[in-house]
Design a protein around this ligand. Structure first.
Ligand SMILES: *Cc1c(COP(=O)(O)O)cnc(C)c1O
Length: 386
């Protein structure tokens, strides 16, 4: 989508940048300074200090991230989890209730299940594609509805427009973890979400070399999150800011390459007899396809598939392929595979895994930016060993 300032490709390079560059530098230097000289007339609460996320490295990133999602404001954080927990602690008070989508990033799910109670918070979990059931858990003390753009590891797309509308109708704060889609493929503010958040560790930085996060959204809500972060201290270090900034410049070219390769791999896998199921919203056979095609500019670099031969075949495939690295995390330039039954969902019994749709033969792929034909050939060779 184009807007003032051009396409997202142009925004990635130019939005928020200090021009002319400092001392003529084309790239923004690292401001490795904890504090800054006082300026005449400056109020005490306006001082520049690294924990307050107001160095040039922070403010340029914040302006760029807000522009990328067509939102009003943004702040960067030390990790995706810092973004998530700071959102909870800034916007919720003891007694409040939250409605969560039932399939969440493990850290978010564990925090809600294990830690909410100690802060006097309660929550319920709902199916993201069943808006008709959400009112059943609504209470007078419900304050927030929280979902993810694309779920892990089944790559499902909830009824995101219904989430934003439900929040509006019931005066809830709507929050979405937009990590998997990235601003290139989806900008939550455009369908009126109050807040979007990212594990910047994944696509935003994109090079598997730092941990960082971001909160993006309406100016008054982001201001509350930033104020709490000043207390909790989860501000991003200047060098990590620099790396995130550098990584962001190539976000659009990376995500488009990853989305293209993921679609090619999904089609190859769907046509193969050793594969019983492919989860990718870019496939017309996928339940979320119509919605994803309408809301997203691309279907993203994440997919998962099930092998007929179960856990044993999944292990054999992971050994046979030569390009993917078997590793957790996602969104980097290198293709990664994980076996969720042995990693993210290892804590569940086989019966519990079956209930949440994670078969023992499920393989999750984070597609990198290697050559599409190389990846397809490598996956075909891996499947041929089964
Ligand atoms: C990785 C991830 C997180 C947590 O981010 P960190 O940067 O590891 O703290 C949150 N949500 C999603 C969807 C993730 O993939």
């Amino acid at each position: 989508m184009t807007k003032r300032g051009g396409s997202i490709d142009t925004q990635l390079i130019h939005a928020g940048e200090i021009r002319p560059g400092i001392e003529g530098a084309v790239a923004l230097p690292i401001f490795q300074s904890a504090n800054f000289e006082s300026v005449e007339g400056e109020e005490y609460h306006e001082i520049k200090y690294m924990r307050l996320s107001n160095s040039p490295n922070h403010t340029v990133l914040a302006a760029k991230l807000a522009a990328l999602e067509n939102a009003e404001a943004a702040v960067v954080t030390t990790s995706g989890m810092a973004a998530i927990t700071t959102i909870f602690h800034s916007l919720l008070s003891a007694g409040d209730h939250v409605i969560f989508q039932d399939c969440l990033y493990g850290g978010t799910y564990d925090y809600a299940r294990r830690e909410f109670g100690r802060h006097g918070l309660t929550c319920d979990f709902v199916a993201g594609d069943r808006p008709d059931t959400w009112a059943d858990v609504l209470r007078p003390e419900t304050r927030m509805i929280y979902v993810e753009t694309i779920t892990n590891p089944l790559v499902q797309v909830a009824d995101l427009e219904a989430v934003a509308a439900f929040a509006r109708d019931h005066q809830l704060i709507s929050v979405i973890d937009n990590t998997f889609a990235s601003p290139v493929n989806f900008r939550p503010a455009e369908i009126d979400f109050d807040l979007s958040l990212h594990s910047g560790t994944k696509y935003l930085n994109g090079h598997s070399d730092i941990v960082c996060g971001a909160v993006i959204g309406k100016v008054d809500v982001v201001a509350r999150v930033k104020k709490m972060m000043n207390y909790l201290g989860g501000s991003l270090d200047a060098h990590a800011c620099f790396l995130l900034h550098r990584g962001l410049k190539t976000l659009a070219v990376r995500v488009r390459q990853q989305s293209g390769s993921a679609l090619a791999l999904a089609r190859t896998l769907e046509a193969h007899p050793a594969v019983t199921r492919v989860n990718y919203p870019g496939l017309p056979s996928n339940d979320g396809h119509e919605r994803a095609a309408r809301l997203f500019d691309g279907f993203g670099g994440m997919l998962s598939f099930e092998l007929a031969g179960g856990a044993e075949a999944a292990g054999r495939f992971a050994e046979a392929v030569t390009i993917p690295i078997v590793a957790p995390s996602l969104g980097g330039v290198e293709t990664l595979i994980t076996l969720p039954a042995l990693t993210s969902h290892a804590g569940l019994t086989p019966a519990e895994r079956a209930e949440v749709g994670v078969a023992d033969g499920l393989i999750r792929v984070s597609v990198g930016i290697e050559g599409t034909d190389d990846l397809v050939a490598d996956f075909e060779a891996g499947l041929a060993t089964l």
